[in-house]
Write a protein that binds this ligand. Structure first.
Ligand code: SD4
Length: 341
């Protein structure tokens, strides 16, 4: 079980356990062999589900799908998948994408009534000539594929929405992923808040050295109906290039889309930057264009072909989970341009 001490402890042992090497101010965490990384505290449990696939010699693609399904079905997680906070009209609408080592990808956006959008995204990739299906068409496809149609708005999420409607302000709150998750799981006793966004981005390397990624979210709570964030956009919320590595993002998706963030991180790694340096440059590109974005949160997480991992966020508070054959429960704080709190 993780606790605040566990987080700090993990960050200290992580470097030796996983072999950090210092290069200037930068430290690189390297994972060995098959491995999986993902965003936020709830990434630990998701990684373990992915590890169950990877440790048996399974494919990275199967691993990231299995991993992403964990927060999708976690009723305490507002909001990836079921139990996600709704849009301002009370509709839970989900975004997800998946990408494999061959450059195949699939995506769904503004999908309602289906608890596992990541699996629908995979079907889009494997069963259609398209990359992306949205809204009513995505729902129709999911039902044709045999996914059950469900009511995803839980009583708890409905109550949060009713409470939000009293002042109905749309104000994304930095790090709500952890604040809210920790308050509902009781892990940290950190005060929760009117939760408003939450995403898992996951990247895995399998025993063949192939990389795959997945990203799934209910997006920003209280968003406008029809709003789509970065998470289902290939190149924004997720990108994988099997020659180079993969990247994923979390936070205010509009800022990530404007900069095609995950593609940028992968291209910077291709040019020789470490995962951390690439994530940092992608964050700083957002800030250079829009200095007031410092009040938002955006975090990038990346792994290169050698298993080196790095992350960077606008604000402190971002965390990411790592898992390989040596350790399956590591959680590290993301470095950030601005320290808050
Ligand atoms: C979005 N990027 O819909 C997502 C939200 C998110 O952590 O990542 N929250 O904009």
């Amino acid at each position: 079980m993780l606790n605040r001490r566990g987080l700090i402890g993990a960050s200290l042992v992580g470097s030796t356990l996983l072999g950090a090497k210092a290069s200037g101010a930068e430290a690189t965490t390297k994972l060995d062999g098959p491995c999986v990384i993902s965003t936020w505290d709830f990434g630990v449990a998701a990684n373990q589900a992915a590890w169950a696939v990877l440790s048996k010699g399974g494919r990275a693609l199967d691993a990231v799908e299995a991993g992403a399904r964990v927060p999708e079905q976690d009723l305490k997680n507002h909001t990836v998948g079921r139990a996600g906070y709704p849009d301002r009209d009370g509709h839970v609408s989900l975004d997800a994408c998946i990408m494999d080592a061959q450059g195949n990808c699939g995506s769904v956006a503004a999908l309602e009534h289906i608890a596992h959008p990541i699996s629908v995204a995979r079907r889009v990739m494997e069963k259609t000539p398209h990359v992306m299906l949205v809204g009513a068409g995505a729902l129709q496809f999911a039902i044709e594929q045999g996914f059950p149609r469900e009511e995803l708005l839980t009583p708890e999420s409905k109550a949060a929405w009713e409470a939000w409607k009293t002042d109905a302000k749309y104000a994304p709150k930095a790090n709500i992923e952890n604040l809210d998750y920790r308050s509902t799981t009781g892990q940290f006793g950190t005060p929760g808040g009117a939760g408003n966004h939450d995403t898992i981005g996951m990247l895995a390397i399998d025993a063949q050295g192939d990389i795959a990624g997945a990203c799934t979210t209910s997006g920003m709570a209280w968003k406008m109906r029809g709003r789509v964030g970065d998470s289902p956009i290939i190149g924004a919320g997720l990108y994988v290039d099997n020659e180079v590595g993969g990247a994923t993002s979390t936070g205010v998706g509009e800022e990530v889309i404007r900069n095609v963030g995950s593609f940028l991180v992968v291209e910077l790694m291709r040019q020789g930057r470490s995962p951390e340096a690439a994530c940092r440059e992608a964050v700083e590109r957002i800030l250079r264009k829009k200095p007031h974005a410092k009040d938002f949160q955006v975090g990038f997480l990346a792994v290169n072909k050698q298993g080196e991992v790095g992350a960077w966020a606008i604000q402190s508070g971002f965390t990411y989970a790592l898992c390989d054959g040596k350790r399956q429960d590591l959680l590290l704080p993301g470095k950030a341009t601005y320290q808050v709190g």
